[in-house]
Write a new protein. Structure first.
Length: 170
């Protein structure tokens, strides 16, 4: 089963446009993020949030994500275990799932780059099965760099995807 029908792709809904560019989106504007999350919720997406400001260590990160995403009790709280359980993540048939990581500027940069790569890889695997998983990284630092540049889409902080011009009309 395809993740999107041809009709959906021609309408350019927000979810299609996000996944078309990359499975991980970077947002700088909290207002734009909130607007887009409301749109995604309206499209049937389950939205989960993890505040990276509370994750000062790997253990705290894995505790926070395990609680937010309702990982099974056997989750090993390390990178390999994270990748494994993300592959089994429950994604609703209607819409999909959005994982929002706020305050990324307060999370260690090297760990953030690994997280982006893992999220992108997991999302691609789910898309192969027709399931939509979108990850959003919110950071206040406009100069924040990401090594995984092919895995992310940087959004214009002055407009939402729903306000932006339809690429088919250009």
């Amino acid at each position: 089963m395809a993740a999107f029908s041809k009709e959906e792709s021609l309408q350019h809904p927000l979810d299609f446009r996000l996944l078309q560019n990359a499975p991980v989106a970077i947002y700088h504007s909290a207002a734009v993020l909130e607007t887009d999350l409301k749109t995604l919720s309206g499209l049937g997406y389950r939205v989960d949030r993890i505040d990276l400001a509370t994750c000062s260590s790997g253990q705290r990160f894995y505790d926070a994500i395990s609680a937010a995403l309702e990982f099974p009790s056997y989750f090993g709280r390390n990178r390999n275990a994270f990748i494994d359980v993300m592959g089994d993540l429950n994604i609703p048939e209607q819409g999909g799932r959005v994982i929002v990581f706020t305050n990324a500027h307060r999370f260690p940069q090297s760990e953030l780059s690994d997280l982006v790569e893992d999220l992108a890889s997991t999302a691609r695997s789910h898309l192969l099965l027709g399931k939509r998983l979108i990850s959003i990284i919110q950071t206040d630092r406009k100069d924040q760099q990401f090594e995984a540049t092919l895995s992310i889409a940087l959004l214009n902080p002055t407009e939402t995807w729903t306000q932006s011009k339809d690429p088919a009309s250009e």
